[in-house]
Design a protein around this ligand. Structure first.
Ligand SMILES: *Cc1c(COP(=O)(O)O)cnc(C)c1O
Length: 218
């Protein structure tokens, strides 16, 4: 199936409350434009430099989501235009986003990435730290950062029970703080596990290879 057909298939087969982020990392602008022409307006990238050059080249009604791990010293390059930062996992990064957002006279929307996977390699804030962040009202000190929700990545495994348990943990945390923290976005689910994520309350899926095909890393 073509990229455009894949976009339409995802749009039609997922519930209306679920937003599709088209994960376009490593893909050329010509591929992204096929998705754009099929109506897709939200794209996810995991490298700030790549996202910035695509932003410069492409139509300005696109919302750019930074879905990857963010190095503090690179926040300034995306601060003028980024629409949502998914992987905020430490206070130092919140401080830097607040500073760069203020310098650009804006408030930047972010998600707190929660460590739900058992693998050591996955980034994310440990669950007790997320609870403390909210309960201690730490975010009140950073008015240029708006936490809109939570993000999580499940362990890369065929064990559906384990993946389901990890998404359940994330959903529980989301429900616990949804009202008091005014959270509206639960970003979970990729090509391999988006259905399970939706079953566990996902409102935003990040899909790459099922739309654009396998990635080439050179
Ligand atoms: C690459 C990536 C995705 C998309 O992965 P696919 O398996 O290709 O759908 C989703 N989320 C994050 C954080 C990623 O880095």
């Amino acid at each position: 199936m073509s990229i455009a057909e894949n976009i339409i298939r995802f749009r039609e087969s997922t519930p209306p409350q679920v937003t599709l982020v088209a994960v376009s990392k490593t893909k050329p602008v010509s591929d992204l434009m096929q998705a754009y022409d099929a109506g897709q307006r939200i794209f996810g990238e995991n490298k700030i430099q790549e996202m910035t050059s695509k932003w410069e080249e492409m139509p300005k009604d696109i919302k750019w989501h930074m879905i990857g791990h963010v190095q503090t010293n690179k926040v300034k390059y995306m601060a003028p235009f980024v629409s949502l930062v998914h992987a905020v996992d430490r206070l130092k990064l919140i401080k830097e986003i607040n500073k760069q957002a203020e310098a650009n006279n804006r408030v930047i929307d972010v998600l707190v990435q929660v460590k739900i996977a058992s693998e050591d390699s996955k980034f994310g804030m440990p669950v007790p730290d997320v609870i403390a962040l909210f309960e201690n009202k730490v975010l009140e000190n950073y008015p240029h950062v708006n936490v809109k929700g939570l993000m999580g990545m499940a362990t890369f495994t065929d064990d559906q029970k384990q993946v389901a348990a990890e998404f359940e943990l994330l959903e529980g945390l989301f429900i616990r703080f949804r009202e008091s923290e005014n959270l509206s976005i639960l970003s979970s689910g990729m090509s391999g596990d988006y259905q399970l994520a939706i079953d566990h309350g996902s409102t935003m899926i990040r899909v790459g290879s099922s739309i654009f095909g396998a990635r080439n890393y050179n």
